[in-house]
Design a protein around this ligand. Structure first.
Ligand code: AP5
Length: 211
């Protein structure tokens, strides 16, 4: 079973992916994580992506499509696509890649969260600089402030979680990603979960869909 998890920034795609990895041994392909790793390693792709990500804009389709195709050569089983596709052009490209590689795209699950809640989640999110574990200053604080519970690394705010950048990210979601709902409805792959509940509740809804 391969699934696409999509939704607005802060909808909880990463949080749900972590649970699916832990409990169902699935494999996550997060274009956001891949791009941040490329920036950290200062690769040419990372340098290209950084200017878009810092502003909260989408990285060009050609860049992310190439990245995903490369990663998919290594693994085609039990994949969670997290944050990809994000445009209809990316969704169409993924269908072509999937056919080429013999990969099934079984379900596209939209995680629905109201905009006001998304802003609170993003502004308060903190991530571990070392291991990437995700926290929230109010709803999921670390035991010791500013220190990761998992690896004791420093917790930082993502550069694109500043309020002024969040506005641009939400706009990009509305303009380019929300049309994917119609796209997957037409393909009869569309499912929706209410993401405005506790993470465990959201997880149960996702599990019901993929069982
Ligand atoms: P990316 O890293 O993919 O960011 P995003 O889609 O904006 O999603 P987030 O990681 O912000 O949120 P999430 O849904 O994973 O939520 P999380 O679980 O962390 O992309 C970053 C950038 O890279 C983009 O802006 C773009 O520039 C570029 N990019 C990436 N992919 C691209 C593509 N395909 N094409 C073009 N450009 C691309 O949760 C958020 C917070 O909420 C956390 O603090 C968490 O603890 C909390 N939380 C989670 N679930 C709950 C819950 N149920 N209740 C309460 N709090 C919750």
């Amino acid at each position: 079973m391969n699934i696409i998890l999509f939704g607005a920034p802060g909808a909880g795609k990463g949080t749900q992916s972590s649970l699916l990895i832990e409990r169902r041994k699935m494999h996550q392909i997060s274009t956001g994580d891949l791009l941040r790793a490329a920036i950290k390693d200062q690769t040419p792709l990372g340098q290209k992506a950084k200017s878009f990500m810092d502003k909260g804009e989408l990285v060009p389709d050609s860049v992310v499509i190439g990245l995903v195709e490369e990663v998919l050569q290594k693994n085609k089983q039990s994949v969670i696509f997290d944050g990809f596709p994000r445009t209809v052009a990316q969704a169409e490209a993924l269908e072509v890649i999937a056919t080429k590689l013999g990969l099934s795209l079984d379900k596209a699950i939209f995680v629905d969260v109201p905009f006001e809640e998304l802003k609170q989640r993003l502004v308060g999110r903190r991530v571990c600089k070392n291991c990437g574990a995700v926290y929230h200053v109010q709803t999921k604080p670390s035991q010791k402030e500013g220190v990761c519970d998992v690896c004791a690394g420093p917790l930082v705010q993502r550069p694109d979680d500043r309020e002024e950048v969040i506005v641009t990210r939400l706009k990009a979601y509305e303009d380019f990603t929300s049309p994917l709902k119609e796209y997957y409805k037409k393909l009869k792959k569309y499912h929706e979960v209410n993401g405005n509940k506790a993470s465990e509740e959201v997880y149960k809804s996702i599990e019901n869909i993929i069982q």
